[in-house]
Design a binder for this molecule. Sequence first.
Ligand SMILES: C[S@@+](CC[C@H](N)C(=O)[O-])C[C@H]1O[C@@H](n2cnc3c(N)ncnc32)[C@H](O)[C@@H]1O
Length: 267
Amino acid sequence: MPQRLYKGDPLSPDERDELECDLISFCDRELDLLGDVGGFRVLYAGGASPLWIEGLARRVGSGGSLTALEADPERIEAARTLLPQAEVPCPVRLVRGDVFDPPFAGETFDLVYSAGLFHELDVGRRPASEALRALARVTRPGGRVATSDFVDTVPATQLEDENLQRLAARERSGAVLYGIGPPGRLISLHEAVLSRVRWRISPPFRIRHLEKLVLQELCDPTGPYPTLARSHPGRIEALRRRILREGYIRPATLYVEGAVSTEICKK
Ligand SMILES: C[S@@+](CC[C@H](N)C(=O)[O-])C[C@H]1O[C@@H](n2cnc3c(N)ncnc32)[C@H](O)[C@@H]1O
């Protein structure tokens, strides 16, 4: 979900605590699927949220290292400002770059992990498989590439919001985002590049009070919604009514991981 949702704060201190508690639980649920990553050299691909970086760094511990690769310079800057307040036991490096061309030597990492990257990938010029191959090449043979992302198996309010964000990106810059689809799409992508692929689906997740932030965002004249409201007025109003009725539910997630073979490292 876009970071911009957190910039205004219409929540009381208690509500904010509950929201943050749920965001941490969601993050922990996904990160726990990685198992023991203590001492690993980890690349966090596509993202620089201090919440995820802190969660990963704690699991990596003082014997390992964490590098976050993010395309958006503003997100890198925000993380640089906020990370000193976080509890990060291992060295953390923030790198601006593109997952299609990761700026690292081959076989640098034991684990490459992404959370919510694939649905935001622009696949207009290069297919998602190219990004996955590029990430596999910077992983050592026998290391893992693991992906967590939303899937559309169960109805959830955020799915419609993400569809609208995809439309907005297309109208704004011509980007063709990979988007959120059925689990089989991401699983086959991983099976085409990695070996010993295994996966797991987790149910939708309610983040308390997130709906207040999204409803505020729907009225923000500097955000994407007013433009969308002009081109797709019915859909924005329907999203607003649905959020009021159901709250803001995060979609189900797919966790899929596979091992990197020597052949992929040479390609
Ligand atoms: C939904 S957000 C991920 C949220 C994540 N959990 C975090 O830590 O911020 C997807 C992120 O992927 C980044 N991204 C999208 N395409 C990218 C690319 N080609 N290379 C690097 N980062 C990319 C976006 O800028 C965005 O920060």
